[in-house]
Design a protein around this ligand. Structure first.
Ligand code: NAD
Ligand code: UFG
Length: 340
């Protein structure tokens, strides 16, 4: 099965490539390297022992897509390309709608023109906004998003639904990721954020490595187990395997669009995550309580039962593996993919 992987050079994409190659799929990566490095592809080749087919290009470039779909006959697309920084999306909304939404329009046009009608899309738990009940199942309302990044994911999901309804035989799976963390157990690939990380786990990793002085815990007065925010952290290798399950499901599902949560179902607080990481890296982490971060919600975790039932997928790697693998990647690649 030949699969186009947009955004395949990024954090989640590189982990998907390893699982795809090891399962015998033939991936072709299309990435503009706006938030990634070619080195991640070299590392995937090192892990798998196979050459990765890579094309540098932008999903908003119709001509580049035409060339790509003319050169390859894809059975399916894994669509991970997108910008993902919540704060930046508030400051630059048009950049986010252009890159994420317009980019997906161009991609769907190329797919339609070339008769490639199977797509797995990287959506996010952010489409649920502030959830009404926990755990969050797929029947909960979507669209109450609080920032342009989240809204772009919601709009793309709507568009994919409309496209599937209008296109006979089109099959769409929207994977609503909860909070991916960790790295490949080889320590060769992982998350390589540019500048100061926005997300908790990469920030924790850089405090542990001595690159950042102190973690700010955004709020300790939420209605949660210890007052700090609760999220559903899942190992990126589990997440990557969820994409494999989705690709296999495309061939068996009815035409149309289906959305699936990918999470563990376990809610974990910021303090719980910090303490688990301290155990993994063997040292205490400097942190202080700071005001709540605007736009944050108290708690968010998945009801993962539909993924289990429908995709036959569930998370298998625990919090210890998430922290140990993240620490292995961080400590052996202190500058990420850049030369030290
Ligand atoms: P990432 O930034 O590491 O990967 C995204 C990749 O897309 C990068 O390699 C980037 O260079 C590429 N890209 C961006 N715009 C592009 C364009 N116009 N054309 C071609 N390539 C482009 O991010 P990630 O964490 O691997 O996330 C992958 C996907 O999963 C994104 O769509 C993201 O929104 C979604 N997602 C991520 C999280 C998370 O916490 N990491 C959570 C939910 C959803
Ligand atoms: N947090 C801190 N300090 C930090 C960073 C985060 O205390 O320096 C806290 C947050 O307040 C929150 C928790 O850690 O309680 C997790 O925050 P992240 O920024 O790591 O993740 P979010 O749940 O806010 O959002 C992430 C992605 C979104 C995605 C969402 C659901 O950034 O793009 O998960 O998948 F939509």
């Amino acid at each position: 099965m030949k699969v186009l992987v947009t955004g395949g050079a990024g954090y989640i994409g590189s982990h998907c490539l390893v699982e795809l190659i090891q399962a015998g799929f033939e991936p072709v990566v299309f990435d503009n390297l706006s938030n990634a490095s070619r080195e991640s592809m070299a590392r995937v080749e090192q892990i798998t022992g196979q050459t990765v087919s890579f094309v540098q290009g932008d999903i908003r470039d119709a001509q580049a897509l035409e060339g790509l779909f003319t050169a390859h006959r894809f059975d399916a697309v894994l669509h991970l390309a997108g910008l993902k920084a919540v704060g930046e999306s508030v400051a630059k909304p048009l950049t986010y709608y252009d890159n994420n939404v317009v980019g997906t329009v161009r991609l769907l046009e190329a797919m339609t023109a070339h008769g490639c009608l199977n797509i797995v899309f990287s959506s996010s738990a952010t489409v649920y906004g502030d959830p009404q009940t926990l755990p969050i199942d797929e029947a909960q309302p979507v669209g109450g998003t609080t920032n342009p990044y989240g809204t772009s994911k919601y709009q793309i999901e709507r568009m994919l639904g409309d496209w599937a309804a209008a296109t006979a035989s089109a099959r769409v799976i929207a994977l609503r990721y909860f909070n991916p963390v960790g790295a490949h157990p080889s320590g060769l690939i992982g998350e390589d954020p540019q500048g100061i990380p926005n997300n908790l786990m990469p920030y924790v990793q850089q405090v542990a490595a001595g690159k950042l002085a102190c973690l700010s815990v955004f709020g300790d007065d939420y209605d949660t187990i210890d007052g700090t925010g609760v999220r559903d952290y899942l190992h990126v290798v589990d997440l990557a395997r969820g994409h494999l399950a989705a690709l296999n499901k495309l061939a068996q599902m009815d035409p149309g669009k289906t959305a699936v949560n990918l999470g563990t179902g376990n809610g974990l607080s910021v303090l719980q995550l910090i303490h688990a990481f301290e155990a993994a890296c063997g040292a205490p982490l400097a942190y202080k309580v700071a005001p709540r971060r605007p736009g944050d919600i108290a708690a968010c975790y998945a009801d993962p039962r539909f993924a289990q039932r429908w995709l036959g997928w569930s998370a298998t790697l625990d919090l210890t593996a998430m922290c140990e693998d993240a620490w292995r990647w961080q400590s052996t690649n202190p500058s990420g993919y850049s030369p030290a």
